[in-house]
Design a protein around this ligand. Structure first.
Ligand SMILES: [Cu+2]
Length: 309
């Protein structure tokens, strides 16, 4: 039986938003022994709350309401990550690959029996706008038994690393994978599909859905269960998740705009009640409380943004 995380995730006490983020990344990537959906509804809503201020800022700075929310469309870069305008290392990119390092040529996707090629970098990013960027939160993936260490905020400067992995991108985040998400018939299936691949050989293991795979295809810094939000592309990635959710909702607003599923704890550990629209999200010093109702729609309450198709 999979071991649940040792750290409870009380609903969105999100002075620790990066720690919440997080919970998603690891279960799908490094601790994939679970087939329980970890990309819960609350996490989706958390990120909607977290991403929207970017749009608000863009609007305030430009007075243009047509800017939309920036996102990383995984499918557009899936065929060749390092050739993508996002990752080609140019001055307008989010920097490119990390420097090459010696490492095992394959990555085992435990607990499945599948192994895949590793990426082509792995070392520090030394090109583009984020060259030599320093990340200050520690690398926490080695946290034993999934227990968040007491020194989780320990000042631990280290370089941003990338290991661009086009194999993962092609295999798990292509247009067919995006289409599979958008074709999900209900919210529970959408949550499942975003975290579990359609590959029969690894589906049983409950891993490598597009959300996880997009984290993993960028390498260690973006993979980190606890600290992935330090990666400059993290919000672009999660804006894509938000976009998929929004496009999925828009296919059937009447039935999907307020569709919820799951509890307010990752993998329901510890066990908490099913959420409903009145469930309160708390944000610490970041924001006043919000109910789930207030952040379910991109066009209600304080939100008014949309994504292109
Ligand atoms: Cu994530």
């Amino acid at each position: 039986m999979p071991k649940p995380p040792g750290v409870p995730f009380p609903q969105a006490s999100v002075s620790t938003i990066s720690m919440q983020s997080i919970a998603c990344a690891k279960d799908r990537l490094f601790c994939p022994q679970s087939n329980i959906q970890v990309f819960g509804i609350e996490w989706m809503t958390l990120l909607r709350k977290d991403c929207a201020p970017f749009h608000k800022a863009a609007f305030l700075q430009t007075n243009r309401a047509d800017l939309g929310l920036r996102y990383w469309n995984w499918a557009l870069s899936a065929n060749n990550l390092s050739a993508s305008p996002l990752f080609d290392g140019s001055p307008t990119s989010f920097s490119g690959n990390g420097d090459p390092i010696d490492a095992d040529p394959v990555i085992p996707l435990t607990p499945s029996n599948v192994s895949i090629p590793r990426g082509t970098g792995g070392g520090c990013v030394t090109n583009g706008p984020f060259a030599n960027m320093i990340l200050n939160l520690p690398d926490l993936d080695s946290a034993p038994n999934d227990v968040f260490p007491p020194n989780g905020f320990h000042y631990s400067p280290h370089c941003l690393t990338r290991d661009l992995n086009t194999f993962i991108a092609r295999a798990f985040t292509g247009q067919a994978d995006v289409d599979r998400l958008l074709a999900s018939p209900d919210i529970a299936t959408l949550q499942h599909n975003i975290d579990v691949s359609s590959w029969p050989a690894i589906r049983e293991a409950g891993i490598m859905g597009p959300h996880a795979a997009a984290h993993m295809q960028l390498g260690r810094s973006m993979d980190d269960f606890w600290t992935a939000p330090q990666e400059p592309t993290f919000m672009l990635h999660h804006a894509m998740v938000d976009r998929i959710w929004a496009l999925w909702q828009a296919q059937d607003p009447e039935n999907r705009r307020w569709a919820l599923n799951g509890t307010s704890t990752i993998m329901n550990a510890p066990s908490t009640p099913e959420v409903d629209l009145d469930t309160q999200l708390t944000w610490g010093w970041l924001s006043e409380n919000k109910t789930l109702r207030e952040i379910m729609s991109t066009k209600a309450y304080e939100y008014n943004y949309e994504y292109g198709d």
